[in-house]
Design a protein around this ligand. Sequence first.
Ligand SMILES: C[S@@+](CC[C@H](N)C(=O)[O-])C[C@H]1O[C@@H](n2cnc3c(N)ncnc32)[C@H](O)[C@@H]1O
Length: 219
Amino acid sequence: MNFPKVLIQNRKVYTENSVPGSKVYGEMLIKIKGIEFREWNPFRSKLAAALLNGMKNMPIKPKTNVLYLGAAEGTTASHVSDIVGKDSIVLCVDFAPRVMRKLIEVSEERVNMIPVMGDANKPEQYEEYTGGIKFDIVYEDVAQPNQVEILKKNCDKYLKKDGFALLALKARSVDSTRHPDKIYRQIKQELKEVGFEIIEQINIDRFEKAHMFYVLKFK
Ligand SMILES: C[S@@+](CC[C@H](N)C(=O)[O-])C[C@H]1O[C@@H](n2cnc3c(N)ncnc32)[C@H](O)[C@@H]1O
């Protein structure tokens, strides 16, 4: 399946490069019918892994605004930036000083990416960078024990009505002693209890051990 600005072929996934000629993490660039695409590494990005594992509902599309929690060095966020286009924003939040330099460097070239140092547990910390908008998508990849709680807090404050949440869940961050399947059952329950509806869940274990990727609606 292909989605706008996303190309999936021969078991590889690509995004149309919004900054032709420029690479973010050493990825391959290819040209098809005069359009340049960047290869999207599923071992470096859980969203690419989910797409290659057959994800059917892809709410990130051109002209959507994305709040990205746990942006790290901007690997996945740069592909999200390619997809949403220059008229949208990808607000990239991370609390680790060590990733900021690279995240800022990537954001200098990609004008729709806004790097912010902040704690996703405290959504009010980055309110001033949102420009007062609500987001079409809240994307979370923070590898924390309270991943669901963090997602709910941010969706309560920043997700548009009818928006989507995307969650890359690392089972071992929730509890490293229990089998991932038990964690997934627990998370399913937790998500339901706090008001999320699971639209789709994609096991991405073959790319990232003990990870599940969720497409969610909120309330
Ligand atoms: C697995 S990495 C994210 C990789 C990235 N999403 C990608 O695909 O390119 C998890 C990131 O979440 C960040 N993180 C963890 N807890 C956080 C929190 N409470 N607030 C903000 N960032 C957090 C970490 O600093 C780390 O950079």
